[in-house]
Design a protein around this ligand. Structure first.
Ligand code: DGT
Ligand code: CA
Ligand code: ZN
Length: 579
C-alpha cells in the first residue's frame, strides 16, 4: 500500500475546501473539509492503520463522505473527486491565493467578474484600476493587492524589464562612480532590452588588487539581502526585491571582450565564435586571439567587430537573427532612438479607466517636450474599463475642444481605443468613427477563438478603413498570458496591404508587437508607433521600454509614426481614410 502521510491528506482536504469556495458552493460544505483537514493533522494515530482497520469512520469530526474520500486517497494514493475538481479550476487561481490578504472569496469575484485567472493578469488589472470599482474591493484593496503581488514575486525566476531596470540603477551607479573602477557597463539581457530578464549583469574593469574591496563594498550596498557567491572575478547578490545581480570585474585590457561576451546572447556569441574561427581566430570572454595565442588588441566593442570585418552591432540586435550577415555587408540600419520620439499616442483618461484628465495629460506632455498627443479611451463594449457610450463621448469631445483652445501651440488628436468585436467589426458605427482623428483597434476579450477565426477577426479589423493602428497585436501579457493563437504574419500582411499601422505597446507587461516580427513587418511596409498605453502620468515613461523593443525589432526612425513631426503625422493619420 502506498504510504500517504497525514500532511498529504490534510493538504488535499484543504484544497478541496478552497476549490469549493472558488466555485461558490455552500460555505458550510467547504468548512467541513477545512475542519476535516485540521482533525487529520492533529491525529495521534497512524492514518494508514486507521484506514486499514476502518476506524477512520469513528474519528470525531470525520463524517461518512470524508472518511470515504480519505480511504480512497490513502489506499490508492489518488482521489478522483479531487482530481475532477482540479480540472475545473484554472491553475493560476491557486497562485493568486498566495497573495497575502487575498482569499478564495475575493479570488472568485476576480475570476467571475474580470475573467482573470493568473497573478500576472491581476497585477496588470490593478495597474489599469480595474479593482477600484469592483464590488467588495476599492482603491485600498487594489493597493494592498499590488503590494501582496510584489511580495510573492520575490520567488519568481524571470522579471519584467522595468523591475530589473529599476533595480539595476543604483548598482550600476555605484560601480560606475567607484574611484577604483576604470570602466563599467550593463551587460546581459537587460542591455539587449530583452522583454523579460532573469538578473542584472554588470561588467567593470579595475586593477587586480582592487577587486576584493570593490566586491566587498558591492555586497554591502543598501537593498542587498544575501550574498549568493563571491569568487575571484565574480560576485552574485540577491536584492530584497528577490532580483539577483552579478558583478564581474576584469582587467581593463579584457573589458571590451568580457563586455561583449556577457552581453550575449548565447546564440549571438556562438555565431561570433564560429565567424572568428572561419578567420583562423579564437574568441572568448578573455579576448580575440590569432596565431594561437596572440591577442588582437581592441579597446572597445566597436574595435572587436571591426577586427572581424563587421559593422558595429547594437546590443539589442545581438540575438542571432541575421545581424552578423547584415554587419558583414554594412547593412545594419540606424535604429530608432529615444530622442527621436516627438509625440504620444494611446493614453487613457478618467473618462474610461485612466487617472489623469485631458488637460493634465496635455500639460504633462508639453512639460516632457512632446509636440502632440492622441488620447484614446476605451470604447463602449469595454464595460469593465468604463468604455464610452455616445453621450459620454460627446462630453469628452466638448472638453477636448476646450483644451485645444487653451493650448493652440500643441496638437491634441481625438482618438479612441476601439474594441475589436468577436466578428472583427469595430465598436461604433461609421458616423461616430469618422469623428475621430485616429482609431486604435484592439482585442480585449474572446481570446480563445479558433486560430482561423482569430486570424479572420483581426484581418477584418485592419481592413476597416477607420482602423489607423492595430493595438497590442499578439495580446500577450508577459509572464502571465500567452499570445492568442492566430496567424500573425497573415495579419501583418493584411495591415501592410491596407496601410494600417501596428503599435508597439510599451507597457513592460506587453511589449507587443513582439520584436521578433519587427523586420517582417517593415518588409511588408508597416509603420509602427511607440505607444505607452498609459493610465497614469508616470506610465508615460514606459515609452523608453517600447523604444528598446522597436530597436530590437530593427525599426528605423522613418518607420515610426510618433518619431515624425506633427505635419507629417497629420498626413499619416488621414492617409488610409482618403484612399
Ligand atoms: P537572462 O536569462 O535574462 O539572464 O539572459 P542573459 O542573456 O543575461 O543570460 P545570463 O545572465 O545567463 O548570461 C549573460 C551572458 O553571458 C549571456 O547572454 C551570454 C553569456 N553566457 C553565459 N553563459 C554562456 C554560455 O554557456 N555560453 C556562451 N556562449 N555564452 C554564455
Ligand atoms: Ca542576465
Ligand atoms: Zn488595450
Amino acid at each position: 500500500m502506498a504510504e500517504t502521510s497525514k500532511k498529504d491528506v490534510a493538504k488535499v482536504l484543504n484544497e478541496i475546501g478552497t476549490m469549493m469556495e472558488l466555485k461558490g458552493e455552500n460555505p458550510f460544505k467547504a468548512r467541513a473539509y477545512y475542519n476535516g483537514a485540521r482533525t487529520i493533522e492533529t491525529l495521534t494515530e497512524d492514518i494508514n492503520s486507521l484506514v486499514e482497520s476502518g476506524e477512520i469512520r469513528d474519528v470525531k469530526g470525520i463524517g461518512e463522505a470524508l472518511s470515504e474520500k480519505i480511504t480512497e486517497l490513502v489506499t490508492t494514493g489518488k482521489l478522483e473527486y479531487y482530481e475532477n475538481l482540479k480540472e475545473e479550476i484554472p491553475e493560476g487561481l491557486f497562485k493568486m491565493l498566495e497573495i497575502p490578504g487575498l482569499g478564495p472569496k475575493k479570488a472568485k469575484k476576480i475570476w467571475d467578474d474580470l475573467d482573470i485567472t493568473t497573478v500576472g493578469e491581476l497585477e496588470y488589472a490593478c495597474q489599469e484600476n480595474r479593482l477600484v470599482d469592483l464590488e467588495g474591493f476599492g482603491a485600498k484593496t487594489q493597493q494592498k493587492t499590488l503590494d501582496g503581488i510584489k511580495f510573492i514575486k520575490k520567488y519568481q525566476e524571470r522579471w519584467l524589464i522595468d523591475d530589473v531596470d529599476e533595480a539595476s540603477k543604483p548598482l550600476l551607479e555605484f560601480v560606475k562612480n567607484h574611484e577604483k573602477v576604470i570602466r563599467a557597463e550593463l551587460a546581459g539581457s537587460l542591455r539587449r532590452h530583452f522583454e523579460t530578464v532573469k538578473d542584472v549583469d554588470i561588467v567593470a574593469s579595475c586593477a587586480d588588487e582592487d577587486r576584493k574591496q570593490i566586491m566587498k563594498e558591492f555586497t554591502e550596498l543598501s537593498g542587498v539581502d544575501t550574498i549568493i557567491g563571491s569568487g575571484e572575478t565574480k560576485t552574485s547578490i540577491r536584492l530584497e526585491s528577490g532580483i539577483n545581480a552579478d558583478l564581474r570585474l576584469v582587467s581593463d585590457e579584457q573589458f571590451p571582450y568580457a563586455l561583449h561576451h556577457f552581453t550575449g546572447s548565447k546564440e549571438h556569441n556562438t555565431a561570433m565564435r564560429s565567424l572568428a574561427k572561419s578567420k583562423d581566430m579564437k574568441m572568448n570572454e578573455y579576448g580575440l586571439f590569432q596565431d594561437e595565442d596572440t591577442l588582437v588588441v581592441c579597446e572597445t566593442e566597436e574595435e572587436i567587430f571591426q577586427a572581424l570585418g563587421l559593422h558595429y552591432i547594437p546590443p539589442e540586435l545581438r540575438e542571432n537573427t541575421g545581424e552578423i550577415e547584415y554587419a558583414q555587408n554594412s547593412e545594419i540600419p540606424e535604429l530608432l532612438k529615444f530622442e527621436d520620439i516627438r509625440g504620444v499616442f494611446h493614453v487613457h483618461t478618467h473618462y474610461s479607466d485612466g487617472v489623469p484628465g485631458i488637460r493634465e495629460w496635455v500639460e504633462f506632455c508639453i512639460e516632457q517636450g512632446y509636440e502632440y498627443l492622441g488620447i484614446t479611451d476605451h470604447s463602449k463594449s469595454a464595460f469593465y474599463a468604463n468604455g464610452l457610450e455616445s453621450d459620454r463621448l460627446r462630453e469628452q469631445w466638448n472638453e477636448i475642444a476646450k483644451v485645444r483652445e487653451e493650448f493652440p501651440e500643441f496638437t491634441l488628436f481625438q482618438g479612441i481605443e476601439s474594441d475589436i468585436l468577436p466578428d472583427g467589426s469595430l465598436d461604433y458605427d461609421e458616423e461616430i468613427l469618422a469623428k475621430f482623428d485616429f482609431v486604435i483597434a484592439s482585442v480585449h476579450s474572446n481570446f480563445n477563438l479558433t486560430p482561423e477565426k482569430q486570424t479572420d477577426r483581426l484581418i477584418k479589423a485592419v481592413q476597416n478603413k477607420y482602423t489607423t493602428f492595430l493595438g497590442h497585436p499578439t495580446g500577450r501579457l508577459l509572464l502571465a498570458r500567452d499570445e492568442y493563437t492566430m496567424d500573425l504574419q497573415a495579419v501583418i500582411e493584411a495591415a501592410g496591404e491596407t496601410g494600417t499601422f501596428i503599435e508597439i505597446n510599451a507597457n513592460p507587461r506587453r511589449l507587443d508587437l513582439d520584436w521578433r516580427f519587427g523586420k517582417f513587418a517593415q518588409e511588408h511596409g508597416i509603420k509602427t508607433s511607440i505607444n505607452p498605453d498609459a493610465h497614469s502620468l508616470d506610465m508615460l515613461d514606459d515609452i523608453r521600454y517600447g523604444v528598446g523593443i522597436a530597436r530590437k525589432g530593427w525599426f528605423t526612425k522613418e518607420n515610426v509614426v510618433n518619431a515624425q513631426d506633427v505635419g507629417t503625422v497629420k498626413e499619416l493619420l488621414q492617409m488610409k481614410r482618403n484612399e
